[in-house]
Design a protein around this ligand. Structure first.
Ligand SMILES: NC(=O)c1ccc[n+]([C@@H]2O[C@H](COP(=O)([O-])OP(=O)(O)OC[C@H]3O[C@@H](n4cnc5c(N)ncnc54)[C@H](O)[C@@H]3O)[C@@H](O)[C@H]2O)c1
Length: 279
């Protein structure tokens, strides 16, 4: 049976921008109530305003939250649980990007990214699982990336976090298949999506290959204009549909689908192809 989002309660991290904001709107469109958070309070409040203007039936709970703060994530789950009574879906979406070669990367930048992109997901799962288990049904959604399936130069920290999210999520899914079949799990792998991620990304030290020959502005423009083919609205539709259908792996965009196939047929040799393209 499919998940029915009508009157369900869905918690979403990083809902102040991009995929997270569009997920909140798409969930409300399907009749869900939402608890949304972001480190940027003004941004997430704007999402709440949009939700209330477009979907007056939707109950919205807004919170400023840093997903890298474990105690705060646990407190948020408690607040959402007591506000709505039941929580059906947690979408661990908040994320950041970092461009840096392994050799030149600042360890502080690497730790900053891991705290958000990996530990934020772990904290979200552990904090919300008890509430999902107490509810009539539940679903965990962790946002990894196409870069959780294949690696790219100057993205080692992001790759490490997103591969880790995938491993962690697949293990959690197996555990829940063995212990509580009412809770589904999806790992999401978006390709390039037109959001603020690259505009807000950190850069640490000199890069490797063709990226080193571009200015920061050119690199960001290249991502936004050439590599990010899918809109966040389209991404949110695909993800919500995947949640309804309880899909374990949700690939978002034709680039994610194509490169997933490349990686299956050339699990090691794809690296030679990538090196040739980005040399
Ligand atoms: N845009 C892409 O091409 C792409 C591709 C693959 C995966 N993703 C993943 O999708 C997710 C959403 O990214 P997006 O593209 O919508 O980016 P975005 O920058 O538009 O949105 C990310 C949101 O997360 C919030 N955030 C950042 N740090 C946070 C923290 N510590 N605590 C709480 N919130 C925090 C930001 O304020 C922002 O509102 C991320 O996990 C990202 O890695 C994006």
């Amino acid at each position: 049976m499919n998940n029915n989002l009508q009157q369900s309660v869905i918690a979403i991290t990083g809902a102040g921008s991009g995929i997270g904001q569009c997920l909140a709107l798409e969930c409300a469109k399907k009749g869900a109530h939402v608890a949304i958070c972001d480190i940027n309070f003004e941004a997430v409040q704007l999402t709440a305003d949009k939700l209330q203007a477009r979907y007056p039936h939707c109950q919205v709970n807004v919170q400023q939250l840093d997903v890298a703060d474990r105690a705060a994530v646990i407190k948020w789950a408690e607040t959402v649980g007591s506000h709505f009574g039941e929580i059906n879906v947690i979408i661990n979406n908040a994320g950041v990007a970092l461009s840096a070669s392994v050799e030149n990367m600042q360890i502080d930048d690497f730790e900053w990214l891991m705290k958000i992109n990996f530990w934020g997901v772990v904290y979200g799962c552990q904090a919300f699982l008890p509430y999902l288990k107490k509810s009539s049904w539940g679903h965990v959604v962790n946002v990894s990336s196409l870069f959780g399936l294949i690696s790219m130069p100057n993205n080692s920290a992001y790759n490490a976090a997103k591969f880790a999210v995938r491993g962690f999520t697949e293990s959690l899914r197996i555990e829940l298949m063995m212990s509580d079949k009412r809770i589904g799990v999806s790992c999401v792998h978006p390709g390039g999506i037109k959001t603020n991620i690259v505009n807000f990304s950190r850069e640490g030290g000199e890069l490797i290959g063709s990226a080193a020959r571009m200015s920061t502005v050119e690199r960001k423009q290249n991502f936004n204009e050439k590599m990010a083919k899918t809109t966040p609205e389209q991404a949110a539709k695909i993800i919500v549909n995947g949640i309804i259908k309880k899909r374990p792996r949700i690939l978002v965009g034709s680039d994610a689908k194509m490169l997933d196939i490349l990686q299956r047929f050339l699990p090691v040799k794809y690296q030679n192809v990538v090196a040739r393209i980005f040399r």
